[in-house]
Write a protein of this length. Structure first.
Length: 416
């Protein structure tokens, strides 16, 4: 079916989703989770086909993003059930005002309508997005990258079975059949058919959406995330955090890409960092350190290139820079960050307070890894994405950000 035909079919599900009660939506989500688990073997078979086809086209870390396992499918089902357990945002009274003339004005939360998500090779986005859309009373349009399409098709097929079992239309969750760039452009320009567009992927995809979208679009940014190791840092803690932020899963947007180290501790900290990330990775993949000139004088590594402090590596690569003071670290972050997540490691509460006040990113951490910027970790069940913009949604966003509001006014024969 054409993309336009699929969008038109999805329109027919809007009223059913918007008017569905909390119990029916939760029943649908629980049935979707059950159906996902029952379809595990079909999903894994499709995923193996996708991995085979993509193996020579994408890197090993990107293959890890694409790969599913029984445990990951269980995590996806658990994520859907977590969304079912969250409060229903639809119908929530955000404010109520009684005017002097007796009119009662209520600002009431309502679904967006049709939410389209363009994403690349992460199969879990399929179930996360569908779950959040259903719970918030929205129709979900999914457009994944061709590398993951077989997997996403089987996941969507299972989710639709769950919808039907709960008495909701299967077109409430629709996977776009066309994986060409043309279908992505159709979604970006589907005025009247798409109420909100969310791109989840690399810099190219997000830039294309921001440049071409004629429908409302939430900018989910790339993650050039920084960890600043302050002169007052507990260095063992800093090593643990930097290793986790960089190497626990480098292919995700909340992974650290840049480490800034205060000059006062660089002579001690950088050799320990090299030992931890390069020399003794305890069975893990060693990290390539790309060093500025000052760091090169302390430890061996690859000289940092002109673009290394502006690159989302999504790989076992870490750019390292020595700074003279906290203001230099903040200035560097201001110049090079994408506004996603930044961290300071320090035992000085004044330095932490100073950093928090001056770093303008969606998530700012003190003595914790940037890897926590995640919908599940923030108690959202799962997430639609990480917004790096400031209007409507910022940081990990879920149910609340998938709603708008309308004013409901109660009178008693009032005329003006």
């Amino acid at each position: 079916m054409t993309t336009l035909g699929q969008l038109q079919n999805a329109q027919g599900a809007k009223s059913a989703l918007a008017s569905a009660g909390t119990e029916q939506k939760n029943d649908a989500l629980l049935a979707m989770a059950d159906a996902l688990e029952k379809a595990q073997e079909r999903i894994l078979d499709a995923n193996r086909e996708d991995l085979t086809a993509a193996r020579s086209l994408i890197s090993e870390v990107m293959l890890d993003r694409l790969a599913l396992s029984p445990a990951r499918i269980q995590d996806m089902a658990r994520g859907i059930r977590a969304v079912a357990a969250l409060p229903d945002p639809v119908g929530k009274i955000l404010s109520e005002t009684i005017r002097p003339n007796g009119l009662v004005i209520c600002r009431t939360q309502v679904p967006m309508g049709v939410v389209a998500i363009i994403y690349e090779s992460r199969p879990n986005v399929t179930s996360d997005a569908a779950a959040l859309a259903v719970k918030s009373g929205n129709v979900c349009i999914l457009r994944c990258g061709k590398e993951a399409h077989r997997t996403a098709f089987q996941i969507t097929k299972a989710l639709r079975r769950g919808l039907v079992l709960a008495g909701l239309p299967e077109t409430a969750v629709t996977l776009i059949e066309d994986t060409s760039r043309a279908s992505a452009m159709e979604l970006m320009t589907a005025v009247g058919l798409v109420d909100l567009l969310i791109p989840r992927g690399g810099k190219g995809l997000i830039s294309a959406c921001m440049a071409n979208a004629k429908v409302p679009c939430i900018q989910t940014g790339t993650g050039i995330c920084h960890v600043y190791v302050d002169k007052a840092a507990d260095q063992e803690m800093a090593l643990d955090i930097v290793e986790n932020a960089k190497a626990s899963r480098p292919s995700v947007c909340n992974a650290e890409e840049v480490c800034l180290v205060h000059a006062g501790i660089a002579d001690r900290f950088l050799p320990a960092l090299k030992q931890r990330l390069v020399d003794e990775r305890r069975g893990g993949h060693p990290v390539e350190l790309r060093l500025d000139r000052r760091a090169q004088k302390i430890i061996p590594g690859v000289p940092a290139g002109e673009q290394d402090f502006d690159t989302e590596f999504l790989d076992y690569i870490l750019a390292v820079k020595v700074v003279d003071h906290i203001d230099e670290a903040i200035s560097h972050i201001s110049a090079h960050s994408t506004g996603h997540s930044e961290a300071i490691i320090t035992a000085d509460p004044d330095a932490a307070k100073y950093f928090i006040a001056r770093v303008d990113s969606a998530a700012v951490y003190v003595n914790a890894s940037t890897r926590f910027t995640d919908g599940e970790e923030f108690g959202l069940g799962c997430e639609m994405g990480i917004s790096t913009q400031k209007l409507h949604a910022r940081g990990p966003f879920g149910l609340e950000a998938l709603c708008s509001y309308k004013y409901v006014i109660h009178g008693n024969g009032h005329v003006r």
